[in-house]
Design a protein around this ligand. Structure first.
Ligand code: ZN
Length: 410
């Protein structure tokens, strides 16, 4: 008997998990290491044990359940997260973990013995909504982030990460960097509008775009809006405005996949009739190609310097975050495409616009992701939605690719 996804069982687990931390108007709030996160973890561990998995918890609170294979080497790992932002949806992260459990259930139903072991994992604090940075659990697991530094992180509510982790009972003993999977797979909602808009059902994710955040601080001179001649102004606000326009021009000139966003601008003193003395502006640049991203950064920085000089202002630039683009494993991306075509599901290769746990694994083991459509492209929103048949289709592709990677026991 070939293992089969039981769609109803997958949907029920998603619903049951979605009741933990459910918000009155729909959606869910399970901020990392909150009481609701603990309740979600307890439920997950219960399900893993029910499915016969051996549960492990590491020192950053990552949870994984292992199903043995005929061989005792590194497992194929299916992972994502069950923490959410404060106004999260039911499927961001949860789908990847619940579909992982469903793959195990399908293998169990079919009494399938695989060559490799299979692990299903939920990584701590992927969202970074309460404790920065995001992708913390997977980052520590794969050695990109330092465990003791992360345990000392203060949350937006003043709580300390390590204390909260111990409080909810998920400070495990396994040290990070001890497990490199044979391969890593993550099924996730797209969190963008492309698949729905183009009527494509499966995204074969080729990688995660690089991210560069820069904060510019500009100082000029505040002065009277009526009496100061235009040629004598040192207007920090005007410099910030030119930077914002330049960011858009860079995205337009470079073309897709380059994007540029000015998400925050503040002026001081911020009054209607005063030339701003100080301005702080942030620019978020993203591209799948690191060379192009570096070109975009260089053009933005050079332009910002020129704009400040033109206006007689001082400017400083500070990098707030930078992640190089990540490329997923070509062979597994091709397997995702092949699996979708075999099931007559339309499929497209695409980069991920958002960060995901999978990117922490990509440098260390063959990794890929599967996307399913997000209604209206909405995510990090209580109205986040993916149709049941799309959730099930994604799980079926996850099963097919997992079986391929796990191999049959001899
Ligand atoms: Zn997510």
């Amino acid at each position: 008997m070939k293992p089969q996804i039981n769609g109803e069982r997958l949907l029920k687990r998603l619903r049951d998990l979605g009741e933990i931390g459910a918000l009155p108007g729909g959606g869910v709030c399970r901020l990392a290491l909150s009481d609701d996160d603990r309740a979600g973890r307890d439920q997950l561990v219960h399900w893993m044990e029910e499915l016969g998995l051996t549960v492990s918890i590491d020192a950053i609170g990552n949870i994984w359940g292992l199903r043995e294979g005929a061989e005792c080497g590194a497992p194929v790992m299916i992972g994502s997260h069950i923490d959410t932002v404060a106004t999260g949806g039911l499927y961001d992260g949860a789908l990847g973990v619940m579909a992982g459990l469903e793959v195990v259930a399908a293998l169990n139903d079919a009494r399938a013995r695989t060559a490799r072991p299979l692990a299903v994992a939920a990584f701590t604090n992927e969202e970074g909504a309460r404790f920065a940075p995001d992708m913390m659990g997977s980052g520590v697991h794969q050695g990109a982030l330092d465990l003791s530094e992360m345990l000392a992180v203060q949350g937006i509510d003043g709580a300390t990460f390590g204390e909260e982790l111990a409080r909810i009972g998920y400070a495990g003993e396994i040290q990070p960097k001890t497990l490199t999977p044979a391969a890593f797979l993550e099924l996730h909602i797209e969190q963008g509008p492309v698949l729905e808009r183009d009527g494509v059902r499966i995204g074969a994710v080729t990688g995660v775009q690089g991210i560069s955040w820069t904060e510019f601080k500009i100082s000029g001179q505040s002065n009277h809006a009526g009496t100061t001649p235009m040629d004598l102004r040192r207007d920090a606000g005007f410099v910030a405005a030119r930077i914002a326009v330049e960011a858009r021009a860079i995205a337009t000139d470079f073309g897709p996949p380059q994007v540029a966003t000015v998400g925050s601008v503040t002026f001081e003193p911020g009054l209607v009739n005063v030339v701003p003395e100080r301005a702080v502006i942030t620019v978020d640049l993203r591209n799948t190609d690191d060379e192009r991203l570096k070109e975009a950064e260089a053009r933005l920085n050079a332009a910002a310097q020129t704009f400040a000089e033109d206006e007689g202002c001082k400017i400083t630039a500070r990098s707030l975050a930078r992640f190089a683009p990540v490329a997923f494993d070509e062979a597994i991306v091709a397997k995702v495409e092949t699996a979708a075509m075999a099931r007559q599901l339309s499929v497209r290769r695409m980069p991920s616009g958002a960060g995901h746990d999978a990117q922490m694994f990509a440098p260390n083991c063959p990794t890929a992701m599967i996307f399913v459509p997000s209604a209206g492209g909405l995510s990090h929103n209580i109205a986040e939605h993916t149709e049941p048949e799309e959730l099930i289709a994604g799980a079926e592709i996850l099963l097919d690719v997992s079986l391929d990677l796990l191999g049959e026991a001899q």
